[in-house]
Unconditional design. Structure first.
Length: 453
């Protein structure tokens, strides 16, 4: 008997935790943290206690209380006793937190299957962020074309285009039927052909079930959703105008969107500006040079890339002020003073939480700020208000240029028509019921419920 249980990603964006069972074979499809997980109880610095394992999560039902799933060290303060793992693996689609963040709680004996490039991203995040911890696991990497034989399952991971490289969907053959799991995908990015290939292969598999993301089913928002080429064109136009006016160009973008980094890098080169990045980005770019499937600039040698360092304890950019992994790029250092002095020389990445650097950079009024991010996935818009307060204070012109990592409603309709599954379970969406407007055989899942297939 085959069943699918939904323990996350239901009526919410992200947090996918989907349990596929085929007889004695049990695997999870992703194990992430939703964007608004626990916001009824936790906010800002009020968060689950790190040393308390899963007790604070179980108190409010934020993680499923299932035996044989979690590591012994996170169960000590809970009423769920430890037992040997009874799951055969986790199939990860990509490295975004809403798909992998809760892996840290999973028993380390449970293997984690993921794209080889996905592991690069996760390792880089664990190295450069105090908040990234995915736990110790038996990580088993794959590429498109590989076949995963796990118990009674035969899984075929296939690349899709998303706002992070090494994203995959799965075509899974069980002992009784075929299930397609999309992960997150789009067709309007620079590699939309990968998603189209996945959809065609899914169609040929004649699936009984499709577990389909629907992030943008109801989220229209105030911001324009562009294709990646349209973003590139917009960035070039801003740089061209700024050069004529002898003004700064500053931007913020998703830190792991390599297509977007390539967009800004190419725009910088075309406009004669040097791309200025954060040390974390330099580390990630260098790490990803190991992936032969990605073409990215080398932050240690490329003349069009420099690294921005904030002044720390000594206020003198002394090597001892920085983490060991940061020191490697000090030879590529660009300071606030340099950026301030030469407004047309640089295209500067500055994320929201480093806006205090604007006080030192002091861009001329009329300089440009490109916001190349999605809308927040929660109702809290305070960050956006604060962002605009900073821009107004310094007289910066605001440009919103972003290509979503998710399919539009129209693209979702076309994707479902191509694959033509017998039944659709919408996930990663606040609009599961609206799938019924675009497809005939839809079952909006209920969190915690299991469905026989």
């Amino acid at each position: 008997m085959v069943s699918i249980g939904f323990f996350g990603g239901v009526d919410e964006i992200g947090g996918n935790k989907i349990l596929l069972e085929d007889g004695d074979t049990r695997v999870w499809l992703d194990f992430g943290q939703s964007f608004d997980m626990g916001t009824e109880y936790y906010i800002n610095w009020l968060q689950p206690r790190r040393g308390n394992g899963l007790r604070d999560f179980f108190e409010f039902g934020l993680l499923p209380k299932i035996s044989g799933l979690y590591s012994e060290d996170v169960l000590g303060e809970t009423d769920l006793g430890y037992c040997d793992p009874c799951f055969d693996g986790v199939f990860v689609t990509h490295a975004h937190a809403d798909h992998v963040n809760h892996l840290k709680f999973v028993e380390k004996k449970v293997p984690v299957f993921l794209g080889k490039g996905t592991r690069f991203f996760m390792e880089a995040m664990e190295k450069t962020s105090a908040f990234a911890d995915y736990g110790t696991h038996d990580y088993q990497g794959f590429r498109t074309g590989d076949v995963l034989n796990v118990g009674s399952l035969e899984a075929h991971p296939v690349h899709v285009d998303h706002s992070i490289p090494a994203a995959y969907g799965y075509i899974i053959h069980t002992s009784e039927n075929t299930i397609v799991y999309t992960g997150d995908m789009r067709v309007h990015g620079t590699r939309g052909e990968m998603t189209k290939e996945f959809l065609q292969l899914a169609r040929e598999a004649e699936p009984d079930v499709m577990i389909c993301e629907g992030t943008r089913m109801v989220r229209s928002g105030k911001r324009k959703h562009l294709s990646e080429p349209e973003v590139a064109s917009g960035v070039r136009e801003v740089c061209e105008q700024a050069s004529k006016d002898r003004k700064h160009v500053i931007f913020t973008q998703p830190s792991r969107d390599m297509d977007r980094w390539r967009t800004f890098y190419e725009a910088a080169v075309e406009s004669g500006r040097v791309l200025v990045i954060h040390p974390k980005t330099a580390y990630l770019l260098e790490r990803l040079l190991e992936d032969e499937h990605l073409s990215l600039p080398n932050p240690l040698t490329d003349d069009w890339v420099r690294v921005y360092y904030r002044r720390k304890r000594s206020r003198t950019y002394a090597e001892k002020d920085y983490y060991v992994w940061e020191r490697k790029y000090l030879d590529r250092l660009v300071t606030a003073e340099e950026v301030k002095r030469f407004p047309t020389r640089y295209l500067v990445n500055l994320d929201f939480y480093n806006f205090t650097e604007l006080i030192d950079i002091r861009p001329e009024p009329g300089s440009h700020f490109i916001y190349s991010m999605s809308e927040p996935f929660t109702d809290e818009d305070l960050e956006e208000e604060v962002l605009h307060n900073w821009l107004d204070h310094f007289g910066l012109k605001y440009h919103q240029l972003h290509a979503s990592g998710h399919m539009s409603r129209a693209d979702l309709r076309e994707a479902l028509e191509i694959v033509n599954p017998d039944k659709v379970f919408p996930v990663h969406t606040e609009g599961a019921e609206r799938f019924k407007d675009i497809y005939g055989f839809v079952v909006p899942p209920v969190k915690g419920e299991t469905y026989q297939i």
